[in-house]
Design a protein around this ligand. Structure first.
Ligand code: FBP
Length: 250
């Protein structure tokens, strides 16, 4: 799996551009420019991203441009809207075979640990992981602790638990959210063992804060970021990308 993983890494590091928010949050995250997937493909290409994360629909409709960009496609296999309240569950929307046909170099899957639906997502992940590995595709697990089960548990513990779950279930890369404490992140990365860790960007933040977090992320041993809104909501996405790359590939 190591050599396959290299298709979405550069010198062992990752900078993925995430663009599945249209499903997860609706178009409220977008403006006139970034609502267009072509704008995102262009940023990924010019910015030298090591992966571009799409759901199946965009991967199908913009396949020609994605292939032309040469940015490795990471196909997200499940998702949900934010319209349903209550315990979160993310449904499978695409198969490993379809992802391969679309030219994906890796697949992604979200698991909400702590949700009452956790077991459904864990067992769906198991099937996906087995098939993906059989077909030579690395698997990235978005592991987000959510739901009633995690309400009382400190963020530090949840972050490390998310990482450990990723190792236990056979993810090649785990995508987590950062609680902002470098010491906690170091422990979380340690908990992931040989599974690699990337960190999500979250809502748009002040540039100084974003770069500070990026430095902490790399220092913790994580291999990079899978970031969306902080790039394509930025007025100068390539400028901020350049700054992030300097940190990731320091
Ligand atoms: P951002 O960098 O924009 O936060 O993207 C990372 C991501 O994991 C996306 O892949 C996903 O759409 C979104 O965050 C989900 O965020 P949440 O579940 O917190 O609404």
């Amino acid at each position: 799996m190591k050599s396959k993983l290299n298709k979405i890494l550069r010198k062992g590091k990752a900078l993925f551009l995430a663009y599945d928010q249209g499903l997860e949050h609706g178009p409220s995250d977008f403006n006139d420019k970034n609502a267009d997937p072509l704008y995102i493909i262009d940023i990924a290409k010019k910015g030298g991203y090591t992966g571009l994360i799409f759901q199946k629909g965009i991967a199908e409709k913009y396949n020609k441009e994605i292939k032309k960009s040469k940015v490795p496609l990471i196909l997200k296999l499940n998702g949900k809207t934010n319209l349903v309240k209550g315990e979160p569950v993310s449904a499978q929307l695409c198969t490993v075979s379809e992802a391969l046909k679309l030219g994906a170099k890796a697949v992604g899957y979200t698991i909400y640990i702590g949700s009452i639906h956790e077991s459904e997502m864990l067992s769906e992940f198991e099937k996906i992981q087995r098939e993906a590995h059989k077909k030579g595709l690395p698997v990235i697990a978005w592991i987000y602790p959510r739901g009633k089960g995690v309400k009382e548990i400190p963020e530090k513990e949840l972050m490390a638990y998310a990482c450990r779950v990723g190792l236990e279930i056979g993810a090649d890369i785990i995508k987590i959210k950062y609680n902002g404490n470098p010491k906690d992140l170091k422990w979380a990365v340690k908990s992931a063992g040989r599974t690699k860790v990337v960190v999500a960007g979250g809502t748009k933040k002040d540039e100084k804060e974003l770069l500070k977090q990026a430095r902490e992320i790399i220092k913790s041993g994580a291999i990079g970021m899978a970031i969306g809104r902080n790039i394509w909501q930025n007025k100068e996405p390539l400028k901020i990308t350049k700054k992030l790359k300097k940190i990731v590939w320091a």
